[in-house]
Design a protein around this ligand. Sequence first.
Ligand SMILES: Cc1cc2nc3c(=O)[nH]c(=O)nc-3n(C[C@H](O)[C@H](O)[C@H](O)COP(=O)(O)OP(=O)(O)OC[C@H]3O[C@@H](n4cnc5c(N)ncnc54)[C@H](O)[C@@H]3O)c2cc1C
Length: 578
Amino acid sequence: MAFALDTVADVESIAGLDACEHVDRDMVGGILDEAARFFSEVFAPSNRAGDEIGARFVDGGVITPDEFKPVWDKLTDAGWTGMTGSPEFGGHGFPKVVGAAVSEMMTTANLAFSLAPMLTGSAISLLEEHGSDELRDKYLANLISCKWTGTMVLTEPEAGSDVGALRTKAEQNDDGTWRINGTKIFITWGDHDLADNIIHLVLARTPDAPAGTKGISMFLIPKFLLDDNDNPGERNSVETVSIEHKLGIHGSPTCVLSFEDATGYMIGEENQGMRYMFTMMNQARLEVGLEGLAVAERAYQQAAAFAKDRKQGRGPGADGPSPIITHADVRRMLMTMKAYTEAMRALVYDAFAAEDRSHHAPTEPERLDAANRLALLTPITKAWCTDRGVDVASIGVQVHGGMGFIEETGAAQHYRDARITPIYEGTNGIQAIDLVARKLPLDDGAVVSGYLDEIAETVNRLGDHPELEAVRHELDSAVDAVRKATDALNGATDINQKLAGATPYLEMIGTLAGGYYLAREAMAALPESNDPWMAAKISTARFYALHILPKVHGLLPSVTAESEVVFDVPTDLIGSDR
Ligand SMILES: Cc1cc2nc3c(=O)[nH]c(=O)nc-3n(C[C@H](O)[C@H](O)[C@H](O)COP(=O)(O)OP(=O)(O)OC[C@H]3O[C@@H](n4cnc5c(N)ncnc54)[C@H](O)[C@@H]3O)c2cc1C
């Protein structure tokens, strides 16, 4: 993690930015060490209970497993949740990329549990950016300390991907507050027994609001209204109707919430709610991409330990039963897990570093460049990392053989937990559409071509290192393939051509990005290649270049080939024989 922070995110230069002057590289190293201890020793042991016992719905409220509360208290007491929060409200003001590294450890340790602080962090970003002084003064400090938690409340039965279809109503009271009525579904950590209050950030429509996303406003609705001293007092009329029974993340309550004349406070201006929600969603999309990385890391660690222990068959030259890690196919699986995980980490950290620079770089053009890079990388990070997280967790099950399908090893839990990540926070299909429809055209295509030029520049630098010739060669032809795909999409006049090619395109550019970051890491490792750990970085980049990167060539036709064939089979023949 430290290596990726240094070589890809250039954390030293981020620590040098004015807003981060209290941070230095040594301090970041100390934080990683301490976080590693805390999350592996204190947080990770709760993962199993979260899965087996899960959140339960009892007497109209949610009860978390007994193991969670003491862990939660230690987490908040130690201040881990306030890492990136504003110092004005009790946070530690660390750069987002350092927060991401800590968040990665927390999520690897217990994905379901980590969602409570994760969504609270997104709520904090939203309030910091769009909340009035009054709302910030009343709510921010307790959110940053995680004394209270935050939620993100968009989805309704008829409004999933199509957020603009939501119907929850908001009408103004005489005292300026708002009365909210409606039902929301799938609300993560929408109710629980860990914190003193829950602050819902809810999308709703005011009377006569325009249709679609242009008519959505945002409201802060606390579970408990604040008394005169700003402490939780009277219960607001937000009822938890039920929680969902799910494939994975059992420790995270997914709630149906009913708002019945609930009291809310408008955030910002009327009908601007979708714009504000994007602050929260963009942050959460990066965090969900990080979940793909985190679950992959845990699945990889577990599969590697199993493969060293389990003996079956004879490895090359062995005269008795050998650990399965000695078999080429198992080794290939483990290398695939390792290479994807390290590639994801670099991409995630680069995206968070772009976020830091978009806020704190010294000049306006630098901030704009970083914001554009972040905009491009957000859908790629969210979708590519979560799809790979599922793949890696699935390979983890495979490495375990039959024991992977049996719950007691825990390998299956990672797979089940990972499966939600390509769905929530905007499905990966929606991310791909965002990438081709909104991000490729950014600055007349200059943002994506600048990113591809940067990769081509790395191809040139690789030319100075004969040891990495295979990496240079594969990266060079992969970047060409992605340029062809980008040109084809930018030039397409038929909208279905763009939309049918969006998902394979996202996989192409994500796969290319992974190879690019690992190539940079390999170049950084070269001077110390006598160290086995550094040599492994070089081998991992070579493995990725030779075994994974060529996938982009197989994906190219799905982007460029005519798309009408997608619709050729009539709708009534899809799913039926005649
Ligand atoms: C465990 C869990 C936790 C969640 N947490 C929250 C939360 O905290 N807050 C919250 O507000 N929501 C939450 N959600 C909701 C989640 O964000 C939605 O499930 C998701 O956005 C997809 O919406 P949907 O389920 O209605 O699927 P649909 O929108 O019905 O999509 C079904 C399929 O159709 C595709 N599709 C839909 N529209 C289009 C289109 N225009 N073009 C191409 N393809 C399309 C989708 O990609 C998907 O494959 C959660 C969901 C789950 C399961």
